[in-house]
Design a binder for this molecule. Structure first.
Ligand code: ZN
Length: 95
């Protein structure tokens, strides 16, 4: 009998935890979704932006970020004149 009560209490705790985890997900979906605006969404520049944005992200990750990492390295940063914006050994060396 005591084990059955513990099982019921344990199930209640699990259910409360699941409700606490799941309910904010459903309530925030509506808040995050922006409204569809047919005039803005159908604009030719908006369509072009939808198509070009992944290309820009691809160029950023495949080309620009590796290039930045490369000129961030020790002898290359002084050759290419890279100045670090973060504090650290490289920033202290560059002054
Ligand atoms: Zn940098």
């Amino acid at each position: 009998m005591k084990g059955r009560k513990q099982l019921v209490v344990c199930r209640c705790i699990v259910m409360i935890a699941l409700i606490g985890i799941i309910s904010p997900l459903f309530s925030s979906v509506e808040a995050l979704a922006d409204e569809y605006d047919p005039q803005e969404a159908g604009h030719p520049l908006r369509v072009a932006a939808y198509l070009l944005h992944p290309v820009g992200v691809l160029i950023d990750y495949a080309l620009m970020r590796p290039a930045h990492w490369l000129v961030h390295q020790a002898p290359l940063d002084s050759i290419f004149g890279h100045e670090s914006k973060t504090s650290g050994p490289s920033a202290m060396r560059n002054g």
